[in-house]
Design a protein around this ligand. Structure first.
Ligand code: CP
Ligand code: NVA
Length: 299
């Protein structure tokens, strides 16, 4: 039984397979004979909002021949306190796979354990593996292999997106620089566990120098709304803008996982100048997740 619960636990050979298959799914989207989910019912169980992840999984599952139901956690008994392990044991007897977006990483792990069906992490507070796989695929498409390159993450360096970048850097052999105020840097214990070449710094300009990719994410992640004002104040200098781009490699890509807040983590000019890359990232969620779904159901 395979799951995609975190990048931490995804072996390199499987990452490589997903990358190869993503390219095929993208190139051959019009083909209708590849249906590894035929006869299957999948559920998307979401406790947090989503545009890209929800739509790309719904379309992807259908294109692979499966049926899909969207379950907002607030609409099912989970929202009224039914334990995850009971929900998992019920659904595991009825459906063939689950895609889960929620807060605690442990909830996704527990669902996988008790449901005994393939389970995919569609974002938790700890990781956003599908996003980072799509980002790496996008980088490769535009710039070639990521090994040996420099990726600079700017902003809230402690949230799910940079945490998944940390695992990717350690596994795939590129340098990751995280530019963030001390309070928004990832925990030392996580960096130690991951290994790899990862530098955390408050010095934004130093972090951007010569980078091959400048990447950012929202300053206020889902679930952190109560800290909104304090976060905006603390992170106000950690923005990707034209003067930062000038410090990077002249061919550097600028990426954003979206949704974007212009004037906060990125300025409008820089966002629009890099819209082609940013929306390719969004589109690639579909192709990469079709590769993930195919991988997860393969024997
Ligand atoms: N990037 C991303 O996961 O977007 P959604 O929150 O819209 O799914
Ligand atoms: N860090 C963001 C990612 C959104 C796709 C959040 O968790 O809200």
């Amino acid at each position: 039984m395979k799951h995609l619960l975190s990048l931490e636990k995804l072996p390199n050979a499987d990452i490589e397979k997903i990358m190869r298959d993503s390219a095929i799914f993208k190139r051959e989207r019009a083909r209708v004979d590849r249906k590894p989910l035929a006869g299957q019912h999948w559920a998307l169980i979401f406790t947090k909002s989503s545009t890209r992840t929800r739509v790309s999984f719904e379309v992807g599952i259908r294109e692979l021949g499966g049926e899909v139901m969207f379950l907002s956690a607030n609409d099912i008994q989970l929202g009224r306190g039914e334990p995850i392990k009971d929900t998992a044991r019920v659904l595991g007897r009825m459906i063939h796979g689950a895609v889960i977006r929620t807060f605690a990483q442990n909830d996704v792990e527990e669902f996988a354990e008790f449901s005994k069906i393939p389970t995919i992490n569609a974002l938790t507070d700890d990781e956003h593996p599908c996003q980072i796989l799509a980002d790496i695929f996008t980088f490769k498409e535009k710039h070639g292999p990521i090994v040996g390159k420099v990726v600079t993450f700017v902003g809230d360096g402690a949230c799910n997106v940079p945490r998944s970048w940390i695992w990717a850097a350690a596994k795939l052999g590129f340098e990751l620089r995280i530019a963030a105020p001390k309070k928004f840097q990832p925990p030392a214990e996580l960096l130690k566990r991951a290994g790899g070449k990862i530098v955390c710094t408050e010095d934004l300009e130093k972090a951007a120098k010569g980078a091959d990719l400048l990447y950012t994410d929202v300053w206020v992640s889902m679930g952190k709304e109560a800290e909104s004002a304090a976060r905006i104040k603390a992170l106000q200098n950690y923005q990707i803008n034209q003067s930062l781009v000038k410090l990077a490699n002249p061919r550097a890509l600028v990426m954003h996982c979206l949704p974007a807040y212009r004037g906060k983590e990125i300025d409008d000019e820089t966002f629009e100048a890099n819209a082609d890359t940013i929306f390719a990232q969004a589109e690639n969620r579909l192709h990469v997740q079709k590769a993930i779904l195919s991988w997860v159901v393969a024997k």
